[in-house]
Design a protein around this ligand. Structure first.
Ligand code: ADP
Ligand code: MG
Length: 366
């Protein structure tokens, strides 16, 4: 299954960025601990860099030492953010090779704004460091629900009926009435730029819509409204260079709450997952093909989790794409690859190899 475009060097300095200012700070710390435990200490010289909730960067020498001395098993379930504070460039350069020419790769294990949205990716581009995952454009497109939907529409890919709104709608009752008449009496209202279901509500009727819009505009200046559908929630994982993405088996989320909200995702953990999803082979194949076309349209590179809806009304639809999916023990991205024959450690090696290969290709072109 693995078709690596470049062999992994014997030694790699891997900067693992985790934490961050997003609402998914805690998830990131669990993902990072899990990643660090799975890396082959013979190959990886690990430099964990924790970003605290205020956005300050810390070089986590204690964790690096634990891993270097073969004691990764002693890592906590969620990495703590601590150690000396450095500016971002200092933290990254502190990790670039001073000697020996060991290549550095950065793995941003960061979710949401300031991590998954192209900003960190831009910083890494400017510094000339290879990094895991999509570039600036793909990251930014997938982070912004309105931008992603616009691109999907242009690519003729199926999705729920939707519209994009700015704050002026709060003072424009006629516009709100029009939205409901176009999308149906029950809609989903989402800030364009959040994630983790934060600021999202399901609204029925005019009063409910106005309340939902106020809530969503607390989180972003752009809001997306979608028709509410009866959905089965399918997830797929893509992996590979942009021109040659592979796709995993399809999984299904069975939310416990009315919809897959923040608590269900992260707190109660009440949602159940089924891998592979119980689907006719033909539907699973269509889902996998849709996932690849979606990832291509949205300029995904390296990895992404592509979330789909299966609806009675209109078959398969794209919901959204996450360019830095979770890597916790129960996260769908690694679980889907495991079920497709790519183990967790192998998956990390592949992602790092892809980062190096892209960097080499670029250097050749420049
Ligand atoms: N148009 C829709 N119809 C039905 N359910 C939806 C719709 N949009 C979102 N949902 C529900 O809300 C959840 C969160 O929405 P999503 O767009 O995935 O936001 P997030 O980026 O926060 O994960 C989905 O997993 C699904 O349960
Ligand atoms: Mg989602």
């Amino acid at each position: 299954m693995i078709r690596r475009s470049i062999e992994l060097p014997d030694r790699i300095r891997l900067v693992v960025l985790f934490g961050g200012r997003s609402a998914e700070h805690d998830i990131s710390r669990i993902s990072a601990a899990n990643i660090l435990r799975a890396l082959d200490p013979g190959r990886y010289q690990v430099h964990p860099v924790g970003i605290d909730r205020d956005g300050r960067w810390h070089l986590d020498a204690a964790t690096a030492e634990l891993i270097a001395t073969g004691r990764a098993a002693e890592l906590p379930d969620a990495l703590g953010v601590g150690g000396p504070e450095l500016d971002p460039q200092g933290a990254l350069e502190g990790a670039t090779p001073a000697d020996g020419g060991i290549p550095t790769v950065v793995f941003p294990v960061l979710h949401g704004p300031n991590g998954e949205d192209g900003t960190i990716q831009g910083l890494l581009e400017v510094l000339g460091l290879p990094y895991v995952g999509s570039g600036v454009l793909g990251s930014a497109l997938c982070m912004d629900k309105a931008a992603a939907k616009t691109v999907l529409q242009a690519a003729d890919l199926p999705q729920a009926a939707w519209c994009q709104l700015d704050r002026s709608v709060l003072d424009d009752e006629a516009h709100r009435v029009h939205v409901l008449s176009r999308l149906g009496a029950t809609v989903f209202v989402k800030p364009a730029n959040m994630g983790s279901s934060i600021g999202i509500s399901r609204a029925t009727g005019a009063d409910d819509l106005l309340a939902a819009l106020h809530e969503a505009f607390r989180h972003d200046d752009v809001v997306v409204v979608e028709e509410a559908l009866t959905v089965r929630e399918l997830e797929t994982a893509v992996l590979g260079p942009a021109h040659d993405l592979r796709v995993s088996v399809v999984g299904e989320i069975l939310p416990a709450a009315e919809f897959y909200d923040f608590d269900d995702k992260y707190r109660d953990g009440a949602a159940r997952t089924v891998v592979p999803a119980d689907l006719p082979e033909e539907v699973a194949e269509q889902a996998r093909s849709l996932a690849i076309r979606t990832a291509r349209a949205l300029r995904v590179d390296g990895m992404a989790r592509v979330d789909l809806f299966l609806t009675e009304e209109r078959g398969l639809l794209v919901n959204e794409v996450n360019t830095i999916p979770g890597f916790t023990p129960i996260s769908m991205y690694p679980v889907l690859w495991e079920a497709s024959g790519v183990g967790y450690g192998e998956l990390l090696d592949e992602l790092v190899a892809l980062a190096i290969a892209r960097h080499h290709d670029r250097a050749r072109r420049d």
